[in-house]
Design a protein around this ligand. Structure first.
Ligand SMILES: NC(=O)c1ccc[n+]([C@@H]2O[C@H](COP(=O)([O-])OP(=O)(O)OC[C@H]3O[C@@H](n4cnc5c(N)ncnc54)[C@H](OP(=O)(O)O)[C@@H]3O)[C@@H](O)[C@H]2O)c1
Length: 265
């Protein structure tokens, strides 16, 4: 039986991926933040806050003792934090990076011995926000850009051991993320960033009401787990591959402009 650890399986994409792999006969260990969710899910669960170093170390021991090998790790747990850079507290920024970036790296680290033993796959759930920055999304952008860079490094590190690494980059999908996303505590609706805050609020309302059925994204993550031929990056969602293409083209233009500028010095 194939084995998978999936973080954040109480809701949204993580829940959908756990459901699918469980129904395909995989032995799934899903993490939940809230103990109350443990008894409600049909797959095996473990309570885990990815920012709790002791709990992450304990997860590594559970994986070793339970299986000793691991076919798939899906780093899905995360949340989206918004706010103008000027108004963010260091604590808000740290928490966002801690959950979305350090948490995913720490969980991967304790699972790698078992992943190497199985020549498994690490699927990191990034975001289109890991490819292109948006106003007032700095903390979330930073966490997902970080995850992208770390995944490129990991991919090269573990390729010699036969371990695959895949980044899934979703656009907006209708999950509780828009309901639960905290915004900067110091938010001043009448301050200098009022207009941009309104744009974020409108976007969150639109995301909650109109964003896409998460099933397509669940399919992409499950495909990244089960298909050896999955590409390293999988932008998913309507128009998301084009966002990535446009950003890549902008990077090329910026490199050209930099060369010209440096020649002019
Ligand atoms: N939905 C989208 O439009 C979208 C777009 C791009 C990327 N993503 C990414 O997709 C992933 C899943 O998000 P989702 O949309 O499915 O949202 P979601 O339904 O809110 O799921 C997030 C999951 O992460 C868990 N979690 C949050 N903080 C955690 C922590 N400190 N330790 C452990 N678990 C934690 C949550 O647990 P609780 O429910 O108990 O809080 C929940 O199970 C995230 O990484 C997100 O950035 C989503």
């Amino acid at each position: 039986m194939q084995t998978a650890v999936i973080t954040g399986t109480s809701s949204g994409l993580g829940r959908g991926v756990a459901q699918r792999l469980h129904s395909l006969g995989w032995d799934v260990l899903g993490t939940v933040l809230d103990r109350a969710d443990e008894d409600t899910l049909p797959w095996a669960t473990v309570v885990l806050d990815v920012t709790d170093d002791d709990a992450v170390a304990a997860l590594g021991l559970v994986v070793q003792e339970r299986w000793g090998h691991l076919d798939a790790l899906v780093n899905n747990a995360g949340y989206a934090m918004g706010g103008p850079w000027e108004e963010l507290t260091p604590g808000e920024i740290r928490r966002q990076l801690d959950v979305n970036l350090v948490g995913a790296m720490a969980v991967t680290s304790v699972c790698l011995p078992a992943l190497r033993a199985a020549q498994g796959v690490v699927v990191n759930v990034s975001s289109v926000s890991g490819q292109a920055g948006d106003p007032l999304m700095g903390p979330y952008n930073a966490s997902k850009f970080g995850l992208e860079g770390a995944s490129e490094a990991l991919r090269a590190e573990v390729r010699p051991f036969g371990v695959r690494v895949v980044l899934v980059e979703p656009g907006p999908f209708r999950t509780p993320i828009s309901r639960t996303s905290p915004q900067a505590a110091g938010k001043d609706p009448d301050g200098v960033y009022a207009e941009q805050w309104r744009a974020v609020d409108d976007w969150l309302a639109w995301h909650a009401a109109a964003s896409a059925d998460p099933q397509a994204c669940v399919d992409a993550i499950v495909g990244a787990v089960t298909r050896d031929d999955a590409p390293f990056r999988i932008p998913v969602g309507e128009g998301i591959a084009d966002v990535v293409r446009k950003h890549a083209a902008a990077l090329v233009r910026q490199a050209d402009a930099a060369e010209e500028f440096l020649r002019s010095l």
